[in-house]
Design a protein around this ligand. Structure first.
Ligand code: PLP
Length: 435
């Protein structure tokens, strides 16, 4: 349904740019979800972003709840972060040699996250997860890993595995080009279901290097783990000599300053980071106990490297972002604004007669068009995605930019004002009434 006539929303310039883009880049984008395939319609092309707002090439203004998929937690183009980047840029953008800013950011991560004693920087969350996977295997001298259905750990071959129904069987590749060889050591369990993990440990005794998970899921929509599930995983890993790995690429410095692990009071052996710690520039990191991290080259034999890894620009953007975040009240503010937002959206949805279920922790939120609770990917898949597509379009046309997929979380920043939240809830009421 187009609501263009009602709202005067026009995206002619975006359409022109996307038409050309599709002829020169696959699907017209550099990362698939941006193409709006799952919600239909044409993506809008951004021109600039500031604070809580993004502006497209046609001059439309949006309250942005994507925040570059998480990094923009202090708001887009924060003046303090920009000034720091400019100062650093004048001294050069990349050295391919050690720079002191790496120490500074590494120390900030170590101070923030109690399980972390050493850090290796990469250029993306995908690379961080590739590194941590190799390290899990190198350290334990075992090949198999357990991941969860619906958890995303970047696009490395071993992580692109569909669950299928037989959780105890070997994983099958999720994408052409991923070999059986690359994915057969990836075992898939059900999130929030400890029994599926126990069964895999039992069927693969002494063969499992570790378990990797999102400590709050953002890649099947927003799904919260039960505390008992997490403590059970910690115990199962300890009992089986396996490593517990928290993928904090999305949740790190987002769910709390110490990430999902701090929020839940769980101590993993290793963690991955990305998004927020790069302050909007390309960064990832894997990190954890000294004894394990010293396996990584050149301290140890496990090879992993990067031409641009630890470059000064990305380090400085991360440092300034974390400095803002660690000021008192930051996470209270994120929680307060996000609660107002999701409570308002859920109330509006229910008032209009829709089945909706959702929630938030700190500045991360989401909801599904179905009855709750949603505890795992199979639950999330019950959501009415056609309705989500109409909701997404209606909100876009009213100046609210949400992730263009039911299976993505939303993000609130320190720049999201009361007026932004009120505008969003007002738009939600209108859209819920017509979808
Ligand atoms: N892990 C998680 C939990 C993520 O959410 C993402 C990206 O969304 C990644 C890994 C991959 O990070 P990147 O997109 O920086 O490669």
């Amino acid at each position: 349904v187009s609501m263009v006539a009602a709202t005067g929303f026009s995206t002619a310039k975006s359409s022109k740019i996307m038409a050309e883009a599709r002829t020169i880049m696959p699907g017209g984008v550099s990362s698939p979800v941006r193409a709006f395939k799952s919600v239909g319609g044409e993506p809008v092309v951004f021109d600039r972003a500031k604070g809580s707002k993004a502006y497209d090439v046609d001059g439309n203004e949006y309250v942005d709840y994507v925040g570059s998929w998480g990094p923009a937690i202090v708001g887009h183009a924060d003046d303090r972060v920009l000034a720091a980047i400019k100062e650093t840029m004048d001294k050069g953008t990349s050295f391919g040699a050690p720079c002191a800013l790496e120490n500074e950011l590494a120390k900030m991560v170590i101070d923030a996250v109690p399980s972390v004693e050493m850090v290796r920087f990469t250029n993306s969350g995908t690379e961080a997860c590739m590194g941590v996977l190799r390290l899990m295997r190198a350290y334990t001298k075992r090949e198999k890993i357990i991941k969860f259905d619906g958890c995303y750990h970047g696009h490395a071959d071993a992580f692109l595995v569909a669950a299928g129904s037989g959780v105890a069987t070997l994983g099958l590749p999720d994408s052409p080009g991923v070999t059986v060889g690359a994915s057969q050591s990836t075992l898939v369990a059900t999130y929030n279901d400890l029994e599926t993990v126990k069964a895999l440990f039992q069927a693969n005794k002494g063969e499992i290097a570790g378990v990797i998970l999102e400590g709050v899921v953002g890649n099947s929509g927003f799904i919260v783990p039960d505390k008992a599930f997490l403590t059970g995983l910690r115990q199962l890993c300890d009992d089986n000599g396996a490593l517990l790995v928290f993928d904090e690429v999305m949740t790190g410095f987002r769910i709390s300053y110490g990430g999902a692990q701090q929020h839940w009071g769980i101590t993993p052996d290793l963690s991955t980071f990305g998004k927020v710690i790069g302050g909007g520039l390309p960064v990832g990191a894997y990190a954890g106990k000294r004894e394990i991290m010293e396996m990584v080259a050149p301290a140890g034999p496990m090879y992993q490297a990067g031409t641009l890894s630890g470059n000064p620009l990305a380090m400085r953007a991360g440092i300034e972002t974390l400095k803002i975040l660690r000021q008192p009240g930051s996470y209270e503010y994120l929680d307060k604004q996000t609660k107002k937002l999701i409570d308002g959206i859920l109330a509006a949805g229910k008032a209009a007669g829709h089945a909706v279920t959702g929630g938030h922790i700190s500045g991360m939120f989401g909801f599904f068009f179905c009855e709750g609770p949603v505890k795992c990917f199979a639950d999330a898949a019950k959501s009415d995605t056609d309705k989500f597509a109409r909701w997404h379009r209606g909100m876009l046309e009213r100046g609210v930019y949400l992730a263009p997929s039911q299976y993505e979380a939303g993000f609130v920043s320190l720049a999201h004002s009361d007026a932004d939240i009120e505008k969003t809830i007002k738009a939600a009421k209108e859209v819920f009434a017509m979808i």
